[in-house]
Design a protein around this ligand. Sequence first.
Ligand SMILES: N[C@@H](CCC(=O)N[C@@H](CS)C(=O)NCC(=O)O)C(=O)O
Length: 170
Amino acid sequence: MATSQSVVGEEQQDNKLKLYSYWRSSCSFRVRIALNLKGLKYEYKPVNLLKGEQSNPEFLKLNPVGCVSVLVDGPAVIFDSFAIIMYLEDKYPNHPLLPRDINQRAINFQATSIVFSAIQPLHNLGILNYVGEKGGPDAKIPWVQSVIRKGFTALEKLLKEHAGRYATGR
Ligand SMILES: N[C@@H](CCC(=O)N[C@@H](CS)C(=O)NCC(=O)O)C(=O)O
Protein backbone atom coordinates (compact mmCIF):
# COMPACT_ATOMS: atom_id res chain seq x y z
CA MET A 1 0.00 0.00 0.00
CA ALA A 2 2.75 2.46 0.88
CA THR A 3 4.30 4.38 -1.99
CA SER A 4 7.72 5.98 -2.18
CA GLN A 5 5.99 9.21 -1.11
CA SER A 6 4.87 7.61 2.12
CA VAL A 7 8.16 8.37 3.88
CA VAL A 8 7.00 11.93 4.62
CA GLY A 9 3.74 10.66 6.07
CA GLU A 10 5.45 8.02 8.17
CA GLU A 11 7.78 10.58 9.73
CA GLN A 12 4.82 12.66 10.86
CA GLN A 13 2.77 9.74 12.08
CA ASP A 14 3.38 8.84 15.68
CA ASN A 15 0.35 6.62 16.23
CA LYS A 16 -1.09 4.12 13.84
CA LEU A 17 -4.35 4.96 12.16
CA LYS A 18 -7.09 2.33 12.12
CA LEU A 19 -9.55 2.17 9.26
CA TYR A 20 -12.81 0.24 9.52
CA SER A 21 -13.64 -0.52 5.96
CA TYR A 22 -15.21 -2.89 3.45
CA TRP A 23 -13.29 -3.73 0.28
CA ARG A 24 -16.18 -3.25 -2.14
CA SER A 25 -17.60 -0.04 -0.63
CA SER A 26 -17.11 3.14 -2.65
CA CYS A 27 -17.06 5.24 0.55
CA SER A 28 -14.22 3.08 1.77
CA PHE A 29 -12.38 3.34 -1.54
CA ARG A 30 -12.24 7.13 -1.32
CA VAL A 31 -10.84 7.07 2.18
CA ARG A 32 -8.23 4.47 1.23
CA ILE A 33 -7.29 6.54 -1.83
CA ALA A 34 -6.86 9.66 0.37
CA LEU A 35 -4.75 7.74 2.91
CA ASN A 36 -2.56 6.32 0.16
CA LEU A 37 -2.17 9.63 -1.67
CA LYS A 38 -0.98 11.10 1.59
CA GLY A 39 1.29 8.14 2.18
CA LEU A 40 -0.23 7.33 5.55
CA LYS A 41 0.04 3.87 7.00
CA TYR A 42 -3.01 2.38 8.62
CA GLU A 43 -4.26 -0.78 10.17
CA TYR A 44 -7.10 -2.27 8.16
CA LYS A 45 -10.15 -3.43 10.12
CA PRO A 46 -12.55 -5.25 7.82
CA VAL A 47 -16.29 -4.84 8.36
CA ASN A 48 -18.24 -7.33 6.27
CA LEU A 49 -21.37 -5.49 5.14
CA LEU A 50 -22.88 -8.62 3.59
CA LYS A 51 -22.72 -10.33 6.99
CA GLY A 52 -24.30 -7.26 8.64
CA GLU A 53 -21.23 -6.48 10.75
CA GLN A 54 -22.01 -2.75 10.40
CA SER A 55 -24.92 -3.35 12.79
CA ASN A 56 -22.87 -5.05 15.51
CA PRO A 57 -23.20 -3.17 18.82
CA GLU A 58 -19.40 -2.77 19.06
CA PHE A 59 -19.26 -1.16 15.60
CA LEU A 60 -22.28 1.06 16.34
CA LYS A 61 -20.31 2.52 19.24
CA LEU A 62 -17.84 3.80 16.62
CA ASN A 63 -20.43 4.87 14.06
CA PRO A 64 -24.03 5.10 15.27
CA VAL A 65 -25.15 5.41 11.62
CA GLY A 66 -23.97 1.82 11.02
CA CYS A 67 -21.89 2.45 7.90
CA VAL A 68 -18.26 2.24 6.84
CA SER A 69 -15.85 3.95 6.88
CA VAL A 70 -14.62 4.84 10.35
CA LEU A 71 -11.15 6.20 11.06
CA VAL A 72 -9.61 5.94 14.51
CA ASP A 73 -6.64 8.21 15.12
CA GLY A 74 -5.63 7.90 18.78
CA PRO A 75 -8.55 9.36 20.74
CA ALA A 76 -10.26 10.68 17.61
CA VAL A 77 -13.02 8.53 16.11
CA ILE A 78 -14.31 9.91 12.83
CA PHE A 79 -17.03 8.46 10.65
CA ASP A 80 -18.29 9.50 7.23
CA SER A 81 -15.82 9.49 4.36
CA PHE A 82 -16.04 13.24 3.71
CA ALA A 83 -15.39 14.08 7.36
CA ILE A 84 -12.51 11.59 7.43
CA ILE A 85 -10.91 13.00 4.29
CA MET A 86 -11.21 16.60 5.55
CA TYR A 87 -9.70 15.51 8.88
CA LEU A 88 -6.79 13.87 7.08
CA GLU A 89 -6.32 16.99 4.97
CA ASP A 90 -6.14 19.17 8.11
CA LYS A 91 -4.04 16.86 10.24
CA TYR A 92 -1.70 15.56 7.56
CA PRO A 93 -1.23 18.48 5.15
CA ASN A 94 1.50 16.80 3.09
CA HIS A 95 0.39 15.82 -0.41
CA PRO A 96 -2.67 18.11 -0.29
CA LEU A 97 -5.84 16.77 -1.84
CA LEU A 98 -7.46 20.15 -2.46
CA PRO A 99 -6.33 23.17 -4.48
CA ARG A 100 -5.59 26.39 -2.56
CA ASP A 101 -7.74 28.60 -4.75
CA ILE A 102 -11.16 28.97 -3.08
CA ASN A 103 -13.07 28.94 -6.36
CA GLN A 104 -11.40 25.71 -7.42
CA ARG A 105 -11.98 24.30 -3.95
CA ALA A 106 -15.68 25.14 -4.31
CA ILE A 107 -15.83 23.14 -7.56
CA ASN A 108 -14.28 20.20 -5.72
CA PHE A 109 -16.77 20.53 -2.87
CA GLN A 110 -19.69 20.63 -5.30
CA ALA A 111 -18.47 17.50 -7.10
CA THR A 112 -17.94 15.85 -3.73
CA SER A 113 -21.40 16.83 -2.60
CA ILE A 114 -23.03 15.32 -5.71
CA VAL A 115 -21.31 12.00 -5.04
CA PHE A 116 -21.81 12.08 -1.25
CA SER A 117 -25.42 13.18 -1.17
CA ALA A 118 -27.03 12.75 -4.59
CA ILE A 119 -25.55 9.45 -5.80
CA GLN A 120 -24.01 7.07 -3.28
CA PRO A 121 -26.32 7.25 -0.26
CA LEU A 122 -29.39 6.79 -2.46
CA HIS A 123 -28.29 3.31 -3.40
CA ASN A 124 -26.34 2.00 -0.45
CA LEU A 125 -27.05 -1.47 0.87
CA GLY A 126 -29.73 -0.39 3.35
CA ILE A 127 -31.65 1.62 0.74
CA LEU A 128 -31.33 -1.13 -1.89
CA ASN A 129 -32.70 -3.71 0.52
CA TYR A 130 -35.61 -1.38 1.26
CA VAL A 131 -36.32 -0.78 -2.45
CA GLY A 132 -36.19 -4.56 -3.01
CA GLU A 133 -38.61 -5.21 -0.14
CA LYS A 134 -41.11 -2.58 -1.25
CA GLY A 135 -40.85 -2.87 -5.03
CA GLY A 136 -39.54 -6.41 -5.53
CA PRO A 137 -36.05 -7.48 -6.71
CA ASP A 138 -36.63 -6.08 -10.23
CA ALA A 139 -37.06 -2.59 -8.83
CA LYS A 140 -33.45 -2.36 -7.66
CA ILE A 141 -31.53 -1.95 -10.93
CA PRO A 142 -33.78 0.76 -12.48
CA TRP A 143 -33.58 2.65 -9.19
CA VAL A 144 -29.78 2.50 -9.09
CA GLN A 145 -29.55 3.46 -12.78
CA SER A 146 -31.82 6.48 -12.36
CA VAL A 147 -29.89 7.76 -9.36
CA ILE A 148 -26.49 7.31 -11.01
CA ARG A 149 -27.64 8.77 -14.34
CA LYS A 150 -29.01 11.90 -12.65
CA GLY A 151 -25.88 12.36 -10.54
CA PHE A 152 -23.44 11.76 -13.40
CA THR A 153 -25.36 14.17 -15.65
CA ALA A 154 -24.98 16.85 -12.98
CA LEU A 155 -21.31 15.99 -12.49
CA GLU A 156 -20.58 16.26 -16.22
CA LYS A 157 -22.23 19.68 -16.38
CA LEU A 158 -20.33 20.89 -13.36
CA LEU A 159 -16.95 19.60 -14.49
CA LYS A 160 -17.19 20.46 -18.19
CA GLU A 161 -15.19 23.66 -17.79
CA HIS A 162 -12.79 22.35 -15.18
CA ALA A 163 -11.66 18.88 -16.12
CA GLY A 164 -8.15 18.25 -17.37
CA ARG A 165 -5.91 15.43 -16.39
CA TYR A 166 -8.13 15.07 -13.35
CA ALA A 167 -11.84 15.75 -12.83
CA THR A 168 -10.79 19.16 -11.55
CA GLY A 169 -7.33 20.34 -12.41
CA ARG A 170 -4.82 19.87 -15.17
N1 LIG B 1 -21.98 9.45 3.79
C1 LIG B 1 -21.36 8.22 4.21
C2 LIG B 1 -22.12 7.06 3.63
C3 LIG B 1 -21.64 5.74 4.21
C4 LIG B 1 -22.27 4.54 3.52
O1 LIG B 1 -23.38 4.60 2.95
N2 LIG B 1 -21.53 3.43 3.56
C5 LIG B 1 -22.01 2.21 2.94
C6 LIG B 1 -20.92 1.55 2.12
S1 LIG B 1 -20.41 2.57 0.76
C7 LIG B 1 -22.40 1.26 4.04
O2 LIG B 1 -21.67 1.07 4.99
N3 LIG B 1 -23.58 0.67 3.90
C8 LIG B 1 -24.05 -0.27 4.85
C9 LIG B 1 -25.54 -0.36 4.85
O3 LIG B 1 -26.18 0.35 4.04
O4 LIG B 1 -26.04 -1.14 5.67
C10 LIG B 1 -19.88 8.20 3.80
O5 LIG B 1 -19.54 8.79 2.76
O6 LIG B 1 -19.06 7.63 4.51
